[in-house]
Write a protein that binds this ligand. Structure first.
Ligand code: BES
Ligand code: MN
Ligand code: ZN
Length: 495
């Protein structure tokens, strides 16, 4: 069920509107050409009395003037795409929550200076607004609130660059909604094979090729590390490959994204504590972001080919489960001592990285909810990045800045590799407890052959919103799907 919603983006709204959306920065109202003198005075008085400074991501319905929604965009000197998005997401969420609104107008503050271009601002705003208004309603019986779809119209769209950016944002938004509906599913409904089936369906509709390795095929492919994790569950694991061939066909080397999809991470025999364990249905987020990224590449008709490898398993402590101390052999021939079955993400990624590397891609980026340690380091504001190629890392960071999905680099010096050497095998799957995010990256590095630029993004702190917030619904964020689409559109790796 969808609730139509027109969003006019115009310096002067024409016709009846239910809501006028206005921005507040440094405690001051920006723009607002449609306001009468009296309305403006009343709003300014309200801003003062309510001490509404306009912190990015805060919204308010001032009582003194009806039909006005104020959205804070933070301080001028602290402008960032991430804060700009947060403001619009909060505005989208407020409109969604308010229910009865059908037409809103946004009065673009033309006199305001921003450090980035108008078209880019408009695209980010449209995307963020839609994502803020998203809600996972599948299991609500009775009064479903319905989806709230924004449609952007109005005079400002006359500028071709702006129109293009907004149309692109609409494509992005529709794709992200579809994938979020899967990413938010609980593990009883979505195991590895169900994930593969849904992925295949979306892939087909977008014109991608999709191949799935089942247990027998994985055995034949010698994916011993992936299978070692899958074994503990009654539900078999699999490896999914998606490919978008690129608008410019096969002459360019593909970009590869590899996403961890653990549909539930109980920890396995190294069982996790019960508190908050339900959160671990989010452990498929890397795979979901990888799926979203290739779908975006296809729907945005990017020139470059993009492939995704998604290893999907359920990490459970069944009778056939891998035990601490077990030694397994990965597809690339390396042996691994499994000292902790809860460090399962790196095991399934090991084989998926090997498979991806066999295609000789121009670069590989893996995405995973890999370590709790990244939340200790960066909280929920940034994704950690490590890699074997500083130019690739820098490119990804720039895309993070542009899309508001921020990255922060950690070192991956060879000294850390010492911590990951096994007593009885080539590698061990945990370090000594120090530098948890880096040692996870060091382990993965062993599965990327020399000469292939590679980066690892640890999204454990950014993939999921734990509770309802002003700027979004609880659940999957699909970070860093937009970042990867931006990177794929711009990168010159392998050209
Ligand atoms: N999926 C988890 C990462 C995680 C843990 C995310 C806690 C959010 C909160 C991953 O599979 C995991 O369990 N990692 C271990 C690694 C450790 C055993 C080396 C962790 O971070 O505790
Ligand atoms: Mn785990
Ligand atoms: Zn995990």
């Amino acid at each position: 069920m969808s609730r139509p919603f027109e969003f006019h983006w115009t310096p002067k709204p024409s016709g009846r509107t239910d809501v006028r959306l206005m921005l507040v920065r440094d405690g001051r109202l920006l723009g607002g050409p449609s306001l009468s003198g009296g309305e403006r005075k009343a709003l300014e008085a309200w801003l003062k009395a309510a001490e509404f400074k306009g912190k990015a991501g805060t919204v308010a319905w001032p009582q003194t003037v009806a039909g006005i929604l104020l959205a804070g965009i933070g301080e001028e000197k602290e402008f960032h795409a991430a804060r700009w998005r947060r403001a619009w997401a909060a505005a989208g969420r407020a409109l969604f929550q308010a229910g009865a609104i059908r037409r809103a107008a946004f009065e673009w503050p033309v006199e305001t200076r921003f450090p980035i271009e108008t078209a880019e601002l408009a695209g980010l705003a449209a995307e963020a607004m839609d994502q803020g208004a998203y809600s996972f309603e599948r299991y609500r019986t009775g009064s479903s609130r319905g989806a709230c779809a924004f449609e952007w119209t109005g005079a400002a769209l006359a500028a071709p660059a702006v129109r293009e950016a907004v149309r692109r944002a609409e494509t992005v938004s529709a794709t992200l909604r579809e994938v979020r509906d899967i990413a938010n599913l609980p593990a009883n409904e979505l195991g590895p094979m169900e994930l593969a089936a849904r992925t295949r369906k979306l892939a087909r509709a977008a014109g991608l090729t999709c191949k799935v390795w089942d247990t027998a095929a994985l055995n034949q492919a010698k994916c011993g590390a992936l299978l070692a994790v899958a074994k503990g569950s009654r539900r078999p694991g699999c490896l999914i490959r998606l490919a978008y061939s690129g608008r410019r066909g096969g002459r360019l080397k593909p970009l590869a994204v590899v996403g961890k999809a653990v549909t539930f991470d109980s920890g396995g025999i190294s069982l996790k504590p019960g508190k908050n364990m339900e959160w671990m249905k989010y452990d498929k987020s890397g795979g979901m972001a990888a799926l979203a990224a290739v779908l975006l590449a296809a729907r945005l008709k990017l020139p470059r080919p993009v492939v995704a490898y998604i290893p999907a398993v359920e990490n459970m402590p069944g009778g056939a489960a891998t035990r601490p101390g077990d030694i397994v052999t990965a597809r690339n021939g390396k042996t691994i001592e499994v000292l902790n079955t809860d460090a399962e993400g790196r095991l399934i990624l090991a084989d998926a990285l090997t498979m991806a590397a066999e295609e000789k891609p121009a670069a590989i980026v893996d995405i995973a909810t890999l370590t709790g340690a990244v939340i200790v380091a960066l909280g929920h504001e940034a994704t950690a990045v490590v890699g074997n190629d500083d130019r690739l890392v820098l490119d990804l960071m720039l895309s993070g800045e542009a899309t508001g999905e921020r990255l922060w680099q950690l070192p991956l010096w060879p000294e850390y590799d010492e911590l990951m050497k096994g007593a009885f095998a080539d590698l061990r799957n945990i370090g000594d407890g120090s530098a948890g995010t880096i040692t996870g990256g060091s382990f993965l590095k062993a599965f990327v052959p020399q000469g292939i630029p590679w980066a690892h993004l640890d999204i454990a702190g950014t993939a999921w919103l734990e509770k309802e917030a002003a700027h979004g619904a609880p659940g999957a964020t699909l970070v860093p799907a937009r970042l990867l689409a931006d990177w794929a559109a711009r990168t010159d790796f392998g050209r």
